[in-house]
Design a protein around this ligand. Structure first.
Ligand SMILES: NC(=O)c1ccc[n+]([C@@H]2O[C@H](COP(=O)([O-])OP(=O)(O)OC[C@H]3O[C@@H](n4cnc5c(N)ncnc54)[C@H](OP(=O)(O)O)[C@@H]3O)[C@@H](O)[C@H]2O)c1
Length: 260
C-alpha cells in the first residue's frame, strides 16, 4: 500500500526503537532515509540492520551523528542530506528522552535538557527543514500517550509532548498552501531502549502491561508501520491529527476487577 520510491525522509532518533522501525518500513518500500542519533556505534549498527533487511538498500541509507538540541548541527544535517539525496519529502521528528521523577525533585538542569531535546530541537529542526521539503511532503512528530492521560512523575515530559499536538495542528494549517501534511503519533507503552534506560523494575513493567486492554507492551514495529503510513501518500488526506498507538490504553479505564 505504501511506496517511497524516489522519496527522501529524515528520521531524527532513527538509530533505535520506533524511529529505526519506521526507517525499516520506508527503506523496504523503496525510499531513501537519513537517520540521526548521538551515538555513532548505534547508528552504524542501525545502518547495517537496515541494509541487511532490505534488498538494494546500501545506497539509500545515510547516517548522521548529531545532538538535536544543538541548533548548529541541524544545519549540517540538512546540508549533508541535500548533498546526498537533494530535497526532502518527509521529516519524522522523533528523537526524544524521558526524565521521570517527583515534581519536587525535578531540577532546572533536567528542565533545560528535556525541553532542549523534546521540544526546542524538534521545533527548530522543522523550522530549518521546511524550505527543503518538497510541496506535497509530510511532517510527523512523536508525541506520547502521556499527553492524553496523566502519569505521575511525567509532568514535564508530558508537557513537552502535549505541546506537539498544538504545534502539529497549527503547522498543518500554515503549511497547507504547500500541501505539506503535519501530524503527530502518540505511542503507548512500547518496549524500546528508552525503557531500559529508565531502569524499570519487572514488577512495574508488568503493572504497566496490565493497564493496557491488549495486556502487553507494544514492540517498536507496531509504531513504525503506522508512522510510515502517516508519512506516505496513502495518508494524503490526513493532516493536523494525532494517532494514538497504544493497545487501547488511553481509550479505556481498565479496571481488572470489573465484571462483564
Ligand atoms: N517507548 C515508549 O514507551 C514511548 C512512549 C511514548 C513516546 N515515546 C517517544 O518515542 C520517541 C522514540 O523513543 P523510543 O522509545 O523509540 O526510544 P529509543 O530507542 O531510545 O529512541 C530514541 C532515539 O532518539 C535518539 N536521541 C535521543 N536524544 C537525542 C538527541 N539529543 N539528539 C539526537 N538524537 C537523540 C536516540 O539515539 P542516541 O541516544 O544515540 O542519541 C535514539 O535514536 C521519543 O520521542 C520518546 O519520547 C516513547
Amino acid at each position: 500500500m505504501i511506496n517511497f520510491t524516489n522519496k527522501t525522509t529524515i528520521i531524527t532518533g532513527g538509530s533505535s526503537g520506533m524511529g529505526l522501525e519506521t526507517a525499516r518500513c520506508i527503506v523496504q518500500a523503496g525510499g531513501n532515509v537519513v537517520i540521526t542519533g548521538r551515538t555513532l556505534s548505534t547508528l552504524e549498527d542501525a545502518r547495517l540492520s537496515l541494509v541487511e533487511t532490505s534488498d538494494g538498500a546500501t545506497e539509500r541509507v545515510m547516517i548522521h551523528q548529531n545532538d538535536t538540541s544543538n541548533l548548529e548541527s541541524i544545519a549540517n544535517l540538512l546540508e549533508e542530506t541535500k548533498q546526498r539525496f537533494g530535497n526532502l519529502d518527509n521529516l519524522f521528528v522523533n528523537a526524544g528522552i524521558g526524565i521521570f521523577k517527583p515534581l519536587s525533585e525535578l531540577t532546572v538542569e533536567d528542565f533545560g535538557k528535556l525541553v532542549a531535546i523534546n521540544f526546542k530541537g524538534l521545533f527548530f529542526t522543522i523550522q530549518k527543514a521546511v524550505a527543503m521539503i518538497n510541496d506535497g511532503g509530510a511532517i510527523l512528530m512523536t508525541s506520547s500517550w502521556t499527553a492524553h492521560r496523566g502519569l505521575a512523575g511525567a509532568h514535564l515530559y508530558s508537557a513537552t509532548k502535549a505541546a506537539l499536538h498544538s504545534l502539529s495542528r497549527t503547522l498543518a494549517l500554515e503549511l497547507a498552501p504547500r500541501r505539506i501534511r503535519v501530524n503527530s503519533i502518540s505511542p503507548g507503552y512500547i518496549d524500546t531502549p528508552i525503557v531500559q534506560k529508565i531502569d524499570m523494575s519487572k514488577t512495574a513493567f508488568d503493572a504497566a502491561a496490565a493497564q493496557v486492554p491488549l495486556n502487553r507492551w507494544g514492540k517498536s514495529d507496531k509504531v513504525g508501520a503506522p508512522a510510515a503510513f502517516l508519512l506516505s501518500d496513502a495518508a494524503s488526506y490526513i493532516s493536523g491529527q494525532d494517532l494514538i498507538v497504544d493497545g487501547g490504553l488511553v481509550g479505556a479505564h481498565n479496571f481488572k476487577g470489573a465484571e462483564v
